[in-house]
Design a protein around this ligand. Structure first.
Ligand SMILES: C[S@@+](CC[C@H](N)C(=O)[O-])C[C@H]1O[C@@H](n2cnc3c(N)ncnc32)[C@H](O)[C@@H]1O
Length: 282
C-alpha cells in the first residue's frame, strides 16, 4: 500500500532549508519543495509524524537527530562522480604540481605527501589520484603518501571503501589503466590493493573540519563539484577551513565552474590552459 504524500507548507520548507544550509552548507533551491516532500513523505510515515513542522523538530531536537541527518543527506545531495573527471586539471596536477611538491619536499629532506579529496562521494576521485601518483613514478615505496577522502554522506563512504564500480564509472578512463588497477568480478570492477594502500575514507562535514581531520596538513586539497551547491558565505567558510589545513605554497583544486572570489585573500589563482588552480599564499 502506498501512503499519501504529505504536503510541505512554504514556512516548513523555509525551516528545513535554513536547517540544511546551516548544518551542511547546501542550498535547497526554490522549486525543490514538492520533490523534497515526495522523497521525505515515506520517512514521515515511518516516524508517524504528521507534518514537516514535526519533522523539523525531530531533526533539530530528537536524541536520534544525527542518525536522521544521515538519512536526509542522500535525499538532498548530488553524488555524481566518475574516474578521471576534469582531465585538464589532472594534467596540471601531474605535470606541474606533483613535480613542484616533490622538489620542495626533497629540498626540505621530507618524503611525505598528503592529499585530501573533499566531497569524495563514492571514491572515484581518491582512487584516480592514487593511479596518477603511481603512474607518475615520482613517489616510490620510500614515500609516505596518504590520500584521504571525506564526505558528509556515510552511504557513499561505504561504497568508496568497498571500491566496486560499474562500467559507467570509467567512461573517461583509459582502458589500460582499468586493467592495471582494477580486477573484474562479474560485471563489476574492484580496486586492487595497490590503490587501497594509500587511500582511506572518513566522514567529515566541510563546515567543520577541525574536529575530524584538523590534525593534518594537506599538500593538495581537491574540492571539485561540491561548492556549486553552497551559498557564498558557506563557500568562504569552507575555504577558510581548507586554509587552516594547508601550509604556504600548498595547492587547492576546485571544479571548473567554481572559482574563488577576488575577496578570498588566502589563495593565489594560477592559470593553465583549460584549468585554474589555487596556491596558498606565503
Ligand atoms: C557531486 S559530488 C562530487 C564528487 C567529486 N568531488 C567529483 O568531483 O566527482 C559532491 C559530494 O559532496 C558531498 N557533500 C555535500 N555537502 C557536504 C558537506 N557539507 N561536507 C562534506 N561533503 C559534502 C556530497 O555528499 C557529495 O558526495
Amino acid at each position: 500500500m502506498t501512503l499519501a504524500k504529505i504536503a510541505m507548507q512554504a514556512d516548513e520548507f523555509r525551516l528545513i532549508r535554513e536547517y540544511v544550509a546551516e548544518s551542511m552548507g547546501l542550498v535547497l533551491e526554490e522549486g525543490t519543495q514538492k520533490g523534497l516532500a515526495a522523497r521525505l513523505s515515506p520517512r514521515l510515515h515511518e516516524l508517524r509524524l504528521r507534518s514537516f513542522a514535526e519533522y523539523y523538530s525531530y531533526l533539530k531536537f530528537s536524541p536520534m537527530r544525527s542518525a536522521e541527518v544521515q538519512r536526509l543527506v542522500p535525499l538532498i545531495t548530488n553524488n555524481e562522480t566518475y574516474f578521471f573527471r576534469e582531465a585538464a586539471q589532472l594534467s596540471v596536477l601531474v605535470q606541474e604540481v606533483l613535480p613542484a611538491l616533490k622538489e620542495k619536499k626533497l629540498a626540505e629532506g621530507e618524503r611525505t605527501l598528503r592529499i585530501l579529496s573533499a566531497g569524495c562521494s563514492s571514491g572515484e576521485e581518491a582512487y584516480t589520484l592514487a593511479m596518477l601518483l603511481l603512474e607518475s613514478g615520482g613517489f616510490s615505496w620510500d614515500w609516505d603518501v596518504r590520500i584521504t577522502g571525506i564526505d558528509i554522506d556515510t552511504r557513499v563512504l561505504d561504497a568508496a571503501r568497498q571500491g566496486s564500480y560499474g562500467e559507467r564509472a570509467f567512461w573517461a578512463t583509459e582502458p589500460h589503466l582499468v586493467e592495471r588497477y582494477l580486477k573484474r568480478q562479474g560485471d563489476r570492477y574492484v580496486v586492487r590493493d595497490i590503490l587501497r594502500k594509500w587511500t582511506s575514507f572518513t566522514q567529515a562535514n566541510l563546515l567543520d573540519l577541525a574536529d575530524s581531520i584538523g590534525g593534518e596538513r594537506y599538500d593538495v586539497i581537491l574540492c571539485r563539484n561540491v561548492l556549486i551547491y553552497f551559498g557564498d558565505q558557506t563557500v568562504q567558510r569552507v575555504v577558510d577551513n581548507f586554509s587552516a589545513l594547508q601550509g604556504p605554497g600548498s595547492y587547492l583544486f576546485l571544479g571548473h565552474s567554481e572559482s574563488l572570489s577576488r575577496t578570498q585573500a588566502s589563495y593565489l589563482p594560477l592559470r593553465f590552459p583549460g584549468a585554474i588552480i589555487y596556491q596558498k599564499r606565503v
